[in-house]
Design a binder for this molecule. Structure first.
Ligand code: CIR
Length: 271
């Protein structure tokens, strides 16, 4: 079992995918404005820069016209401990993304495991701490998908916690992110389900719930721009805990129900 301290946020490699012009047709429950492609591209480039600055190599995959949501690489795969698992997205228009990302992962990882069975699961529903995996059942992730990934994670030393994502939340991680090995940042709605029992929880300020989808990368916490109370709260907390806070404009991704975590796979590869 790998119990490296802080393995949940000590990364040296990231995989991202360039947005395709078809991203303007990405899935959205909100049904509001569509993203503007040129702005999406700019914001994505800034996101890639921020990952690199936080410490690591960014591998950028080419755009995939056939899959408007393929820029959200977190959903069709999960990487940990030198292995990658290709998942099975629950959104029918995203089902082919797992097969599409497999060749790139095979170059980086000696082992790429395709999720066994027929269940569906998207990476946005999986949050890893150092020893534990939270898997949120959702409209995209079902019990069979949970069971299949649980078996793989348990073989790699994770305790797996099954949680229910409230119906109004797309993915479990839409509303939470890891701040350190035992602290989560979460919307009050998700925290109220009791799913984080045993961990410290900092709640997103009221009205700033969309800031909950943050990403800790080494000694940097990336948050969505436009949430000043969250920024102040985390800056102060980070001074004690040893991380800086960087804000990123993700307004175009937000138009299609996405945030920071979904635009990268984050992992550590030891030479
Ligand atoms: C979707 O509905 O699948 C995309 N438009 C957004 C995916 C966001 N993914 C994530 O938060 N992990």
């Amino acid at each position: 079992m790998n119990s490296t301290p802080e393995r949940a946020f000590r990364f040296n490699h990231f995989v991202v995918r360039q947005p395709s012009a078809s991203v303007v047709n990405g899935l959205s429950d909100a049904g509001g404005d569509r993203p503007i492609f040129s702005l999406f591209e700019q914001q994505h480039l800034a996101y890639c820069d921020a990952l690199q600055q936080a410490g690591g190599k960014v591998t950028t995959l080419p755009p995939l016209d056939a899959y408007p949501d393929a820029v959200f690489v977190e959903d069709p795969a999960i990487c940990f401990d030198g292995i990658a698992v290709t998942l099975r997205p629950g959104a029918p228009t995203r089902a082919g993304e797992a097969e599409a990302i497999e060749p790139a992962l095979s170059i980086l990882f000696p082992t790429v495991i395709p999720l066994p069975g027929h269940g569906t699961i998207e990476g946005g529903d999986v949050l890893l701490t150092d020893n534990e995996a939270f898997i949120g059942l959702s409209a995209r992730t079902n019990q069979a998908g949970f069971d299949a990934l649980r078996e793989i994670l348990e073989e790699h030393g994770y305790t797996v916690r099954r949680v229910e994502t409230p119906e109004t939340i797309l993915h479990f991680k839409t509303d939470c992110g890891l701040l350190d090995s035992h602290t989560l940042f979460s919307s009050a709605q998700l925290a109220a389900t009791g799913c984080f029992e045993g961990y410290d929880v900092i709640e997103a300020p009221v009205g700033e719930e969309a800031a909950a989808n943050l990403v800790r990368v080494n000694d940097t916490v990336l948050i969505n721009q436009g949430y000043p109370q969250t920024y102040a709260l985390l800056q102060e907390y980070g001074q004690d805990k040893g991380f800086d806070v960087v804000t990123l404009d993700t307004r175009e991704a937000a138009k299609i129900d996405a945030g920071l975590s979904c635009m990268s796979l984050r992992f550590r590869l030891d030479a």
